[in-house]
Design a protein around this ligand. Structure first.
Ligand SMILES: *[C@@H]1O[C@H](CO)[C@@H](O)[C@H](O)[C@H]1NC(C)=O
Ligand SMILES: *[C@@H]1O[C@H](CO)[C@@H](O)[C@H](O)[C@H]1NC(C)=O
Ligand SMILES: *[C@@H]1O[C@H](CO)[C@@H](O)[C@H](O)[C@H]1NC(C)=O
Length: 466
């Protein structure tokens, strides 16, 4: 499938910036309460806590227990207090999306705006929700608590999760995305089981109550493997594709099929292409963080600024100062202050290109430049770097927006050859267009990239700070 091929641009992407949020659906947790009225037990444990599971969506009559075939289960908790001389009393605790699962993984789309309603919150209802028989997969005793301990769960722990404002963490995340290569989790899922797990963790770490011997919590995870994950900025270059993708998903789930078929389409047929990860923080991409941590790039933006700017060497206190990066020490090119063509080492020339995320991802992934840009400017030396920076400080505009400047160390002969094919003056810099609308030098340039004659590195990055 093309989305998994290494050099495809259409890899999985991650939407990091939050979009407008819908309000929770009206009837979600309509009969919910905050704290069960446990009877005092004088410190003798009287509350049994069961972890219960049922096939996912089995409250939907069209689906019933069929999703058990897929090993998909809903996990919840039942608190039961034994009261002498009376019937035991029960409460059900669920942690779930405030809409339904489909509502949590599909946005509402209005024009180009995606609106999410995927808060994950606790709902506590008196009694055993849907009756004990509903929880056919599992009904296992996990904890025994005193009434005071049980109350602490609802007065200390649950509000800490539940009272965050609308559309802030935790947000429901059905898919877990895992690196195909390293098995590292790239996007963590947050589903009903997590909420139950957090309560068990609170009981053991804060209340000092161990789970019952032999109790084991297993819950459903839907795992997707990805070669890599790229961020997509809202309104950015890939945004129309994102909107189209979610429109397609909504179309599939709105078709005339039965609810089960629609769910199966969602869960089995769909290639998950874009994932909205509301729990993640925006900012630098992983490779940019690595460049920052290794000291290869330095942050040159102010802490409170709305953008994060990274540059090769800390010279400019702010973007407006537009200092060129100096040469790395190993290249012994001397300080990059002279006019003319500084920074040349023997027959290598510094060439710069400002890039969109899509182009830069292609370069990182494939080692060559994509043939998708009609003109594809390259510019030389410090004046070229200055020229590229104009796209980051509002002096020049380009759509879709650019996020990185890449420096290429190119053989002089190749650069001369390219500029002999075509060049023009743009804003004080001599530029060559690698693309079809320019000098058509891309094949030569890519050949040199592939053979190693050209090396490259990212020397400037601009990202919105969340
Ligand atoms: C958690 O928050 C939701 C949404 O605001 C609310 O409906 C629910 O009753 C709350 N649960 C508890 C246990 O307070
Ligand atoms: C609580 O659950 C137990 C076990 O299902 C049941 O016997 C009991 O009647 C329930 N209590 C109430 C008040 O419904
Ligand atoms: C969506 O687009 C239509 C037509 O272009 C416009 O009339 C409408 O105001 C837009 N709605 C929103 C919410 O932006």
């Amino acid at each position: 499938m093309s989305i998994f091929s290494r050099c495809s641009l259409a890899t999985w992407a991650l939407l990091l910036l939050s979009c407008d949020a819908q309000q929770p659906s009206k009837d979600w947790c309509a009969t919910g309460i905050e704290v069960p009225d446990f009877k005092e037990d004088g410190g003798t444990p009287s509350v049994e806590v069961f972890v219960v599971q049922s096939p996912l969506f089995s409250t939907n009559p069209h689906i019933g227990k069929k999703l058990a075939w897929l090993n998909l289960y809903h996990t919840a908790m039942v608190f039961r207090q034994e009261v002498t001389g009376a019937e035991p009393r029960n409460w059900t605790v669920e942690f779930d999306s405030v809409t339904n699962v489909l509502g949590a993984i599909l946005p509402k789309i209005q024009n180009e705006t995606l609106t999410w309603n995927n808060d994950a919150r606790y709902c506590v209802t008196p009694g055993i929700l849907w009756g004990e028989a509903h929880w056919s997969k599992m009904f296992d005793l996990a904890l025994e608590l005193t009434s005071a301990q049980a109350r602490q769960i609802f007065t200390e722990f649950v509000p800490s999760v539940n009272r965050t404002s609308h559309h802030s963490r935790p947000l429901y995340q059905l898919w877990r995305v895992v690196s195909r290569e390293s098995e590292e989790t790239l996007v963590k899922d947050i589903t009903c089981g997590d909420g139950i797990n957090w309560i068990l963790h609170f009981a053991s770490s804060q209340l000092g109550v161990r789970v019952k011997a032999g109790f084991e919590l297993k819950f459903t995870s839907i795992v997707f493997h990805a070669d890599r994950l790229d961020q997509v900025d809202v309104g950015g270059e890939q945004w129309p594709d994102v909107v189209k993708y979610f429109r397609g998903m909504i179309h599939v789930t709105a078709s005339q099929q039965t609810a089960l078929e629609r769910l199966l389409d969602m869960l089995l047929l769909l290639p998950v292409h874009y994932v909205y990860d509301g729990n993640a923080k925006a900012g630098l991409w992983a490779h940019e963080k690595a460049l920052l941590e290794s000291g290869l790039l330095t942050e040159v933006s102010h802490r409170g600024a709305s953008s994060i700017l990274l540059q090769l060497v800390l010279q400019a206190p702010c973007l407006g100062c537009l200092e060129p990066p100096s040469l790395p020490p190993e290249e012994e090119g001397g300080p990059a202050e002279e006019e003319g063509e500084p920074g040349e080492v023997e027959d290598l020339v510094r060439i710069y290109r400002h890039m969109t995320d899509r182009e830069c991802s292609f370069l990182r992934e494939c080692g060559t430049l994509p043939n998708t840009q009609p003109y594809q400017t390259i510019v030389e030396g410090d004046e070229g770097f200055e020229y590229c920076k104009k796209y980051f400080c509002g002096k020049k505009k380009v759509s879709p927006p650019v996020s990185s400047i890449v420096e290429f160390m190119c053989p002089r002969v190749l650069v001369d050859r390219l500029f002999a094919m075509q060049w023009k003056i743009e804003d004080g810099a001599r530029s060559h267009g690698l693309g079809d609308k320019g000098g058509k030098g891309l094949p030569l340039f890519n050949e040199a990239l592939e053979s190693g004659a050209i090396s490259w590195r990212i020397v400037f990055v601009k990202r919105p700070r969340k």
